[in-house]
Write a protein that binds this ligand. Structure first.
Ligand SMILES: C[S@@+](CC[C@H](N)C(=O)[O-])C[C@H]1O[C@@H](n2cnc3c(N)ncnc32)[C@H](O)[C@@H]1O
Length: 359
């Protein structure tokens, strides 16, 4: 299935048959809200006579999801509180469930219930099951040996600089522990935990001294050299600008390789204000003429996109409904594929996305 030049493609089709024509590992994220099973009066939520029949069908949908999701892809699947446990088990047979997110709605039908007639707690939430492929991180780490290469590179890339500092230290006759103690003394923190010299001279966790620390080391080394070895030229002769140039050059090599590794991992990022736990509070969409009965709020969909997609990613929603997933995906700079079996709903979503893209 080739992607068109448009940033999105909508299909009026049954998602099971459409997804079966999609190639393996072809989408970066599947973000979708399937029928919940007999929660709504609409025909699309009453296609199955029993919960077991619904579960069999859901298993077939998840088979396709697992097949077409890339190795570092994310699945977000909405479920009702009543069916979430069962759907979670179905997902776990195919993918690793990372969270069962609780979407708590501040307003809704729970506000108008008659408490006296309740025989159990009224559900005020929906669930969002978040999953990835089993072993996704290790797949990314192992691919092309990037993780091992990064570690080896970190050890070797900075070695010329580390060796330069360490050779100069030896030549000046200073032990690391002496340098640590002298540094703490000079900083006015003689009793603090030491260890900085380990970072400047040893292979593990090597770090470049700051300009201030380098100037201090130059003085320290030269004091003992001129005392112990009269006539010998100075120590740490390289000026700091040259040292830093070398460092930046080596760091650029290291960062490039690390980025290649990062790109293989499942994206996951959060800003400081967005919900960072598995309980989300987003208001429901207020009723308006022609509203889809299950339209999901854009702020919630944007939160998912921001956490789990990157610009250019392909996002699939096999149960398109009003198209909220599509709007949020396009806003995030992703390409979008939507599938909807109901002609009228498909047409309405198509108009919404066209209006969004058009202007
Ligand atoms: C819960 S609604 C999705 C609502 C959507 N998240 C939104 O924000 O508007 C589920 C949608 O899936 C559609 N649907 C149900 N079975 C389907 C199938 N087998 N293939 C494609 N679409 C289907 C229904 O017509 C309905 O519009």
């Amino acid at each position: 299935m080739a992607l068109s030049a448009s940033p999105y493609t909508l299909h009026h089709a049954d998602c099971l048959s459409l997804m079966s024509s999609m190639p393996d590992a072809s989408v970066d994220a599947i973000i979708t809200d399937p029928p919940y099973f007999r929660v709504k009066s609409d025909a699309w939520d009453r296609q199955w006579r029993t919960a077991d029949a619904f579960a069999v069908w859901m298993g077939q949908v998840l088979d396709q999801c697992a097949r077409i999701l890339k190795p570092n892809g994310s699945l977000y699947l909405f479920a009702s509180p009543a069916m979430a446990a069962r759907v979670e088990l179905l997902i776990a047979e195919r993918l690793q469930v990372l969270n069962q997110i609780v979407w708590a709605k501040p307003t809704g039908r729970h506000m108008g219930t008659c408490r006296a007639s309740q025989r159990r707690f009224f559900p005020q939430t929906e669930r969002i099951l978040f999953a990835e492929h089993y072993g996704a991180d290790s797949t990314a780490e192992d691919a092309a040996g990037y993780k091992a290469q990064c570690a080896a590179l970190r050890r070797t890339v900075f070695e010329p600089l580390r060796r330069y500092l360490d050779d100069e230290r030896k030549r000046a006759g200073w032990r690391c522990s002496e340098i640590d103690a002298a540094w703490r003394e000079w900083r006015g923190t003689p009793n603090s935990q030491g260890g900085m010299a380990t970072h400047w001279f040893s292979r593990s966790q090597w770090a470049l001294p700051t300009p201030e620390a380098y100037a201090w080391l130059q003085q320290l080394f030269r004091s003992r050299l001129s005392y112990a070895l009269p006539g010998m030229a100075g120590s740490l002769g390289k000026d700091y600008v040259a040292l830093q140039d070398d460092y930046q050059c080596l760091k650029a090599q290291y960062d490039t390789l690390k980025q290649q590794y990062q790109a293989l991992r499942r994206p996951f990022a959060m800003d400081k204000v967005a919900p960072h736990t598995d309980v989300w509070h987003f208001p429901v969409v207020q009723p308006y003429p022609g509203k889809h009965p299950c339209e999901k709020p854009l702020p919630l969909m944007r939160h998912i996109m921001a956490c789990s997609t990157s610009p250019g990613h392909v996002v699939l929603d096999p149960f398109l409904g009003s198209g909220s997933t599509g709007i949020a995906a396009l806003e995030a700079g992703c390409r979008f594929v939507g599938i909807e079996q109901d002609a009228a709903i498909h047409a309405q979503a198509a108009k919404r996305l066209a209006d969004f893209v058009g202007g």
